[in-house]
Design a protein around this ligand. Structure first.
Ligand code: NGO
Length: 530
């Protein structure tokens, strides 16, 4: 409820602006020390060494100092300033000088040990905070940690007078898995670019670094393809989507903007065109994509498994190649997802034939193919990444693929599907994979979940959010939070740090942050919200 929250937020902020002493001091009774403890962050950092003697308090003269000559560090510095300015009211100039004084410093160094390509080291000393990393992605991750180490009010959209203290000490942090993803389904209901950007902003805080967009399905086609223009004008037009209520599509320009926006948050877009099933929107638009040359009617129900491209027709491969070529050209990221799930209207033999022709096309246009785990049945080359969405812990095809050298993404539907209801009373969502409370989403191990698929075979985790029942950004947020941070922690934090008590306490502290930002979330009774 973005609108209502904003008004409440205004009132709260107005009240907080009145006292001349820091608000937290009056509210909570303790002094201007830090409200947070070092390590009170989601995902929990790998190594934390608190030092209560070196807390740092931001002030009106604090600057954000970025490594001289580094556009990358400057970019992260500007982002961080944008996050911290509204609530602090400080100017936080982004400078590249070596001037002494209170500062948040962002340092890029190829020699920084122990942090890998995505990690960072964060030192909080009396005169400032220094974040060191080998890449912009690492600095950005460190900036998100710093943000969560500040009091929740840092998320307010206007000035709050209080002490902005960061707990002293050192964090050395890097991810367990290279790939941490979320997925949005634009096909069942289209979601506007502004909504996707807003979701991207939330994802970035939890160190999610990939956003998979499910762009096509039986009910709609959501990405402009110039060589087959009716895909969007008809397949994405009025009356498309579940119940005919989710029309819309991304133009190439809008898609490019989203890719750039995501990149500014160190998130890579992974586009998906689902095939050879889940293709009714295309087949009802272009009759020649059907074996009998007859276009079926458009569908707006939520049945699955009835559509199939015509496997024996050359027109099919001309179509698929055109789509892959155009999509690859507009996607700077390395991955292109070709779906492959629930092709129940395609015979097993046809499915293999299809994959054997289409997987090389993805490579031809310079991309690495992702597919839902059914793709493992086609014995794909080791470069192909199956995405596991099953509900059991046994899958022979997946285990065989792992043994052959394929890396996999873990998205077990009964753990990581954000569209499953929390419980029987959840107004939104589906329940075919069961109810998923936040603890269910947290209590599993991606590195040993499926027999025969060990840690080394796991590229990462992803939390899909299918949109059969979702319309608005409020709906998206309500289903994603608080479960998304659970999946994010499984993807980032070391296995040894897994601990429900610790996680649930840190999760509780995210509640006030979501409130400040006007983000809807489910107040799970498993969490002791403040
Ligand atoms: C399944 C199905 C999707 C549904 C989703 C709903 C996969 C990979 N295929 O997941 O078409 O939207 O469940 O939860």
């Amino acid at each position: 409820m973005r609108q209502r929250r904003t008004i409440l937020g205004l009132l709260a902020t107005a009240v907080l602006c009145l006292p001349a002493v820091p608000a937290a001091a009056t509210q909570t009774g303790h002094g201007p020390g830090p409200e947070r403890e070092l390590g009170d962050v989601i995902p929990v950092p790998a190594e934390v060494e608190p030092n209560s003697r070196t807390d740092f308090t931001l002030g009106p003269h604090t600057s954000i100092r970025t490594q001289a000559g580094s556009a990358e560090a400057k970019r992260v510095g500007r982002y961080l300033a944008g996050v911290l300015r509204p609530a602090t009211g400080y100017s936080l100039p982004v400078v590249s000088s070596d001037r002494r004084g209170s500062a948040i410093s962002l340092v890029l160094s190829k020699h920084e040990p122990k942090v890998g390509d995505q990690g960072y080291r964060l030192d909080v000393g009396r005169s400032g905070v220094t974040i060191r990393a080998r890449t912009g992605a690492g600095l950005f991750a460190g900036a998100q940690t710093l943000r969560q180490l500040l009091p929740a009010r840092i998320e307010a959209d206007r000035t709050v007078r209080r002490a902005w203290t960061v707990p002293g000490g050192t964090i050395v942090d890097k991810p367990r898995f290279a790939y941490r993803g979320a997925m949005l389904d634009l096909a069942r209901h289209f979601h506007e670019p502004a909504e996707i950007r807003s979701y991207i902003d939330e994802l970035a805080q939890y160190k999610i670094n990939h956003l998979h967009l499910h762009l096509t399905d039986d009910q709609g086609w959501r990405i402009q393809i110039d060589s087959w223009p009716k895909l969007t004008t008809v397949g994405g037009g009025p009356g498309t989507g579940v119940d005919g209520e989710g029309p819309g599509f991304l133009t190439k320009a809008e898609y490019a903007d989203l890719v750039a926006y995501a990149a500014s948050r160190y998130i890579t877009i992974v586009p998906e065109i689902d095939m050879p099933g889940h293709t009714n929107a295309a087949q009802s638009t272009y009759a020649e994509l059907n074996c009998d040359g007859v276009a079926p009617p458009p569908r707006t129900d939520i049945e699955v498994g009835y559509s199939s491209l015509c496997i024996g027709s050359e027109t099919t491969y001309r179509f698929v190649e055109d789509v892959i070529r155009e999509l690859a050209a507009m996607t700077p990221g390395p991955y292109l997802h070709i779906g492959g799930d629930e092709a129940h209207a395609t015979t097993d033999e046809d499915y293999r034939t299809f994959m054997n022709r289409v997987l090389p096309l993805v490579e031809k246009y310079g991309k690495q193919a992702f597919g839902w785990n059914e793709v493992a049945q086609a014995d794909p080359p080791a470069s192909v990444v199956p995405q596991y969405w099953g509900t059991t812990t046994e899958n022979a095809d997946l285990a065989e693929a792992a043994a052959r050298g394929n890396k996999v993404i873990m998205s077990p539907a009964n753990k990581s599907y954000l569209d499953m209801k929390y419980d029987a009373n959840t107004p939104l969502g589906l329940q075919w994979a069961g109810f998923i409370e936040v603890r269910d989403a947290y209590e599993w191990d991606p590195g040993s979940h499926v027999t025969g698929v060990g840690e080394q075979s796991v590229l990462g985790v992803e939390a899909p959010l299918w949109s059969e029942t979702l319309r608005s950004i409020d709906d998206i947020e309500f289903m994603a939070f608080p479960r998304l941070p659970a999946i994010a922690e499984l993807g980032w934090s070391p296995r040894a740090s897994h601990d429900w008590e610790s996680f649930s306490q840190r999760l509780a502290e995210q509640g006030p942050r979501w409130e400040q930002r006007g983000v809807d979330f489910y107040r799970s009774p498993q969490i002791d919200w403040p």
